[in-house]
Design a protein around this ligand. Structure first.
Ligand code: TXA
Ligand code: MG
Length: 340
């Protein structure tokens, strides 16, 4: 079905009801979550889920995350949930943690990208929770960007990427976390494997799980034909139109590198005003992991709005939530990282 105009809905009772009705009718709606905006549809309606893939231009083998509002919904879509998963749910849900678990046949193969597992999370954003309850369904939702582009952290970002492709976008304000959820799988009953870093860090998971390991694909490029635990790791990601080069080092070393190597018209993306380089067009993205997570995608998008062709980004500290920001940036940079 061709949609001509995407409605922008507000965070009020009438518009929430309208969004829920659209979802019940098998339509796709852009929704706020605490991490990034999602492109939501009834997770068990194959036709609706196909429209998500079409709107994003997403490869069919890249599975979607299912969003729930109550633990009983977890039992409807998954089976053999390990004890450790229940303990992690107790500690981190609602919140930015996605757990990959064996799926039930209630979840169509389109939703899980043909896998026998499914990623599930309970979002903390009140608008997302209300919509799941009002629509009466668990909602499949990938990030609401065009495939490959930086994730959206405002309703305006979603409108830009999805105008004319989906029924509506529900505006729930700017996303608090700013990077996508931490995705984990269970290697055995006591070992959690982080497939994608996010707000919930290795350190936080260790408060509940005896062993936590980082999947090597978090920091390293996946080779041709190599098997991956999470299909999303294979694809190019988070890239603005501007060419991104990630530069690791002190503020002074970054400035010196930029002045010696940058071509005319290049921008620098630095931490804060104290780091700006005289005579060089600069944007900032914050001084700590939380600020950097909140701002990174909107700053990458802002560079595109400015028509920038080349940007040098001062690499974040890859500690705590900074690892999530670093992981997104090395992908945006096509793994082009320079140590100065
Ligand atoms: O914060 C988030 O997680 C956001 C919001 C909207 O909830 N969603 C999101 O979805 O980032 P998406 O589709 O952009 O990223 C989901 C990631 C992909 O890398 C995908 O490959 C992985 O999770 N994933 C999903 N299901 C999986 C499964 N069954 N096994 C392994 N990886 C899975
Ligand atoms: Mg995504």
């Amino acid at each position: 079905m061709k949609i001509l105009e995407t409605k922008l809905l507000a965070d009020c009772a009438a518009d929430l009801m309208e969004a829920a009705r659209l979802l019940q009718n098998g339509q796709v709606v852009g929704i706020p979550t605490e991490t990034v905006y999602g492109l939501a549809a009834d997770a068990c309606n194959e036709q609706a889920v196909r429209q998500i893939f079409a709107a994003k231009g997403r490869p069919a083998d890249n599975p979607l995350i299912i969003h729930i509002a109550q633990l009983r919904q977890l039992q409807m879509i998954t089976k053999d949930v390990p004890k450790l998963a229940w303990a992690l749910a107790e500690r981190f849900w609602p919140g930015p943690l996605t757990m990959v678990l064996p799926k039930r046949s209630t979840v169509p193969d389109v939703t899980s990208g043909g896998l026998d597992t499914v990623g599930v999370r309970m979002p903390a954003h009140p608008v997302a929770q209300a919509l799941i309850l009002l629509s009466g369904s668990a909602l499949a939702a990938p990030s609401a960007n065009r495939s490959g582009y930086p994730s959206p952290t405002s309703a305006e970002h979603v409108m830009r990427d999805m105008q004319g492709k989906i029924a509506a976008v529900l505006d729930g304000g700017i996303c608090d976390v700013g990077v996508e959820s931490t995705v984990i799988a269970f290697d055995d009953s006591g070992t959690v494997r982080i497939l994608r870093p996010g707000y919930v860090t290795e350190q936080m998971l260790l408060e509940v799980a005896p062993h936590v390991i980082l999947d090597p694909a978090i920091l390293h490029q996946v080779g041709q034909g190599q098997t991956v635990r999470s299909p999303g790791m294979k694809y190019q990601h988070y890239s603005p139109r501007a060419h991104v080069t990630l530069v690791k080092g002190s503020c002074e070393a970054f400035a010196a590198y930029f002045l010696n190597h940058a071509e005319a018209g290049a921008y620098a993306l630095v931490y804060d005003d104290a780091d700006t380089i005289p005579g060089v067009p600069c944007l900032t993205y914050g001084t700590n992991g939380q600020e950097q997570a909140r701002q990174i995608f909107s700053k990458l998008r802002a560079l595109d709005d400015l028509g920038v062709e080349q940007v040098y980004v001062r690499a974040p500290d890859p500690d705590g939530i900074g690892l999530a920001v670093y992981n997104r940036l090395i992908r945006a940079a096509g793994f082009e990282v320079i140590q100065v």
